[in-house]
Design a protein around this ligand. Structure first.
Ligand code: ATP
Length: 363
């Protein structure tokens, strides 16, 4: 059977384990040899004990765990050709010519580059006498399927990335807890949530917690936001509300592109309204804890579909990313999705928010 390896790379997210489990079990079910690569690209570059064969029971009892049991890392060496050559050697040693990469756009870009270079890397290894002609021939094609694991939901092409739903659960649990104490003391709370340049978590958190105000990068507030914010908060209080909740995405900016921090917002509220105002930064709590049912199912479906895609891949099949489209797991061209994701960042950098939102599309 085919040699398949699965690894997790970049920031972790809940539901990655469900995906790893599905890859291992689907692979074994279809007669493949399945390997774990531990610590992302670093494990691939280092080889040795980092690349181990998985069996059916090595993925028992992991579906409910947050994070990734096989570890994740950022790896500078893989960004250099020399590092990728070592990685290629370690894969060929084990007869691995199929990769399931679970990570963000950086990890997927690295995988695509690796595949483009694969022939050159094999030639170099052959020239160095590290592999035989027979090995060169047997391993001549590298196939890749990507899955997007990220709580940010910042990847173009998929409705949801693995981990987003669980992060939202963490956020709304925390917000509900804050609301009860805010009510008692008639306080105003500013909740800072993750998402980098994507406001999805902040927006959905605001909708589901009845927040009074939300700051997201895709819809930057006008520069006179302090007046608008204060007016809105006062309006709510005069209607009898005992508390205010403001949600701020970590990437929040104003229409001039200037960052807005939770401290900035607090200062405005305290200076103008003299409200008892507190900041809660949720931080890595959002990335931790058990995955939701949705993320367990999403990871499982995507993992299984990735193996199916690899089984059907031929010599010239382009790398794909497994995406959620409505309720279907579909295969999309990996590099097109990565390019579009990068174009969103580019549009935001030049303050073209309408373009950014339209490029991001459904996600
Ligand atoms: P996150 O959502 O956490 O940012 P990511 O996959 O985008 O996930 P990165 O830190 O960008 O995270 O990438 C993870 C790893 O992928 C890097 O440490 C590096 O080893 C590899 N990688 C990223 N970009 C490239 C690239 N252009 N060429 C080769 N390898 C890359």
């Amino acid at each position: 059977g085919k040699g398949i390896a699965v690894f997790t790379s970049g920031g972790d997210s809940q539901g990655m384990n469900a995906a790893v489990r599905a890859v291992v079990r689907m692979g074994i079910y279809l007669g493949c040899k399945v390997y774990f690569i531990k610590e992302g690209y670093q494990g691939m570059v280092d080889g040795g004990d980092n690349i181990v064969e998985a069996n059916w029971s090595s993925v028992s009892c992991i579906i409910h765990k947050g994070g990734t049991i096989i570890g994740s890392a950022r790896c500078l060496a893989f960004k250099e050709k020399e590092g990728r050559k070592k990685a290629a050697y370690h894969l060929i040693e084990k007869g691995i010519t199929n990769l399931v990469v679970i990570g963000g756009d950086g990890s997927l870009t690295g995988a695509d580059l690796f595949r483009q270079e694969w022939s050159d890397l094999l030639d170099a290894l052959l020239a160095d006498g590290k592999i035989t002609k027979d090995q060169r021939e047997k391993n001549k094609t590298l196939s890749i399927a990507g899955l997007v694991g990220s709580i940010d939901n910042d990847f173009c092409g998929t409705d949801m990335t693995i981990g987003t739903d669980s992060a939202l659960h963490r956020i709304i649990e925390a917000t509900d807890a804050i609301v009860s104490t805010a009510y008692s003391h008639q306080r105003t709370f500013i909740m800072e949530v993750m998402g980098r340049h994507c406001g999805y978590l902040a927006l959905v958190a605001a909708l589901t917690s009845e927040a009074d105000y939300v700051f997201i990068p895709e819809d930057p507030v006008p520069v006179d936001w302090p007046d608008k914010l204060c007016k809105k908060l006062m309006q709510e209080r005069s209607a009898g509300q005992r508390l205010n909740i403001i949600i701020i995405a970590e990437g929040a900016i104003d229409r001039e592109g200037r960052p807005i921090t939770a401290e900035d917002v607090k200062k405005v509220v305290v200076d103008n309204l003299n409200q008892d105002t507190r900041i809660t930064v949720l931080g890595h709590v959002q990335r931790g804890g058990n995955p939701s049912a949705f993320d367990r199912v999403l990871g499982s479906r995507m993992g299984a579909e990735a193996v199916m895609a690899l089984m059907e891949a031929e010599e010239h099949t382009e790398p794909c990313v497994i995406s959620l489209d409505g309720n279907q797991a579909v295969r999309l061209p990996l590099m097109e999705c990565v390019k579009q994701t990068k174009a969103v960042a580019q549009a935001m950098a030049v303050k073209d928010w309408d373009k950014a939102v339209s490029l991001r599309g459904k996600s």
